[in-house]
Design a protein around this ligand. Structure first.
Ligand code: NAI
Length: 315
């Protein structure tokens, strides 16, 4: 099998001065792409700025024979980052929204600044870079966008109400945008990486970090951003060489005879909140209407399922 190539493609990677973004940038640089290495060069808490992080990565790409340019703007000003791609290379094909910071603190002690800064970098930054790239991708009927979500957003992590909510929001953004981009060959996906970087080095042991090399995140990002890949609107959890896809699951639920009361909900709480064998994997917001407006069919199934539970031999 011949290797994946990105010749002629223009890739913008935000936060590419360190960690995962740096690995992506070095990879694309080796595979023929023209790379915009964006990095504000601040601390992991979002303070300060420096051009050296992006410059070092650009130098490394060039030293290996690749093509790259640096950009030092904060992702909040996405139009400036995309402008660097357009002015230098004339187009934008792939956007990796990767820049990130942490402001971990319990909700009780969280300051507005901790909340706002996380939202500015993760959600506003993802929006601003994508918004600026979107007209070019629409016009050329081609684009690949990867947004960086997190297991923290999917499951929630203590001390990260700001980060968890912003990270799950980036996947909501992916879901809606993938629907808008599909007809124009613009595919949008989210990843939840787990990897050794300055964001994780203080919370995990050395042994664990050893097996979580940031380069193990590159293959999925490369494939999702390749022209042969048609995946869109999906979210993947990955790290240590393992990759898996996540999806929503709806339980069977319970259809009440209307009108109904809070006491009825209490009495059927196991059916409403429990997960048994009959589960659904909805993909659109309108699928639930098939249940709302097919009550008779649903009730029949609900009754059949109950009979099955009473007479397990019928299963
Ligand atoms: P990192 O700290 O090594 O790299 C992030 C880079 O983003 C830094 O170089 C930083 O200067 C840059 N950056 C921060 N704010 C910026 C801004 N406003 N504009 C431009 N650049 C900015 O962190 P890492 O681990 O490589 O993180 C990459 C992404 O992956 C982040 O979005 C992070 O939230 C996410 N992530 C990482 C996980 C991990 O296990 N490392 C887990 C889940 C998500």
């Amino acid at each position: 099998m011949s290797g994946l190539r990105f010749d002629g493609k223009v890739v913008v990677i935000t936060g590419a001065g360190n960690g995962l973004g740096k690995e992506y940038a070095l990879y694309y640089g080796k595979k023929g792409a023209k790379v915009v290495v964006n990095d504000l060069g601040g601390s992991m808490k979002g303070t300060g700025a420096s051009s050296s992080a992006a410059d070092k990565v650009v130098d490394e790409i060039k030293a290996a024979g690749g093509i790259a340019v640096a950009n030092y703007d904060s992702v909040e000003f996405g139009e400036k980052i995309i402008e660097t791609a357009i002015k230098t290379f004339g187009k934008i094909d792939i956007l990796i929204n990767n820049a990130g910071i942490l402001r971990d603190v319990s909700f009780e002690k969280m300051k507005d600044e901790d909340w706002d800064l996380i939202y500015k970098v993760h959600l506003k930054g993802t929006y601003a870079c994508t918004k600026a790239a979107w007209p070019y991708m629409r016009e050329q009927k081609y684009g690949r966008i990867i947004n960086t979500s997190s297991a923290s957003g999917v499951y929630g992590v203590f001390g990260q109400t700001n980060y968890s909510s912003a990270k799950l929001a980036t996947h909501g953004f992916t879901l809606a945008l993938s629907k808008e981009g599909q007809k124009r060959n613009i595919f949008v996906n989210s990843i939840c990486p787990v990897a050794a970087s300055r964001l994780t080095e203080t919370i995990m042991s050395k042994e664990i970090l050893q097996s979580l090399k940031p380069e193990y995140i590159v293959p999925l990002v490369a494939w999702l951003s390749h022209e042969d890949c048609k995946e869109t609107g999906s979210i993947f959890e990955l790290g240590a060489g393992y990759i898996s896809k996540l999806r929503w699951q709806r339980n069977q639920g319970y259809f009440f005879d209307t009108p109904f009361t809070p006491e009825d909900v209490k009495s059927k709480w196991d059916e409403v909140s429990g997960f048994g064998n009959n589960v659904y994997y909805p993909l659109t917001s309108t699928e639930i209407f098939e249940i709302f407006f097919n009550k008779e069919e649903f009730l029949k199934q609900q009754k059949d399922d109950k009979t099955k539970q009473i007479n397990p031999s019928q299963n």
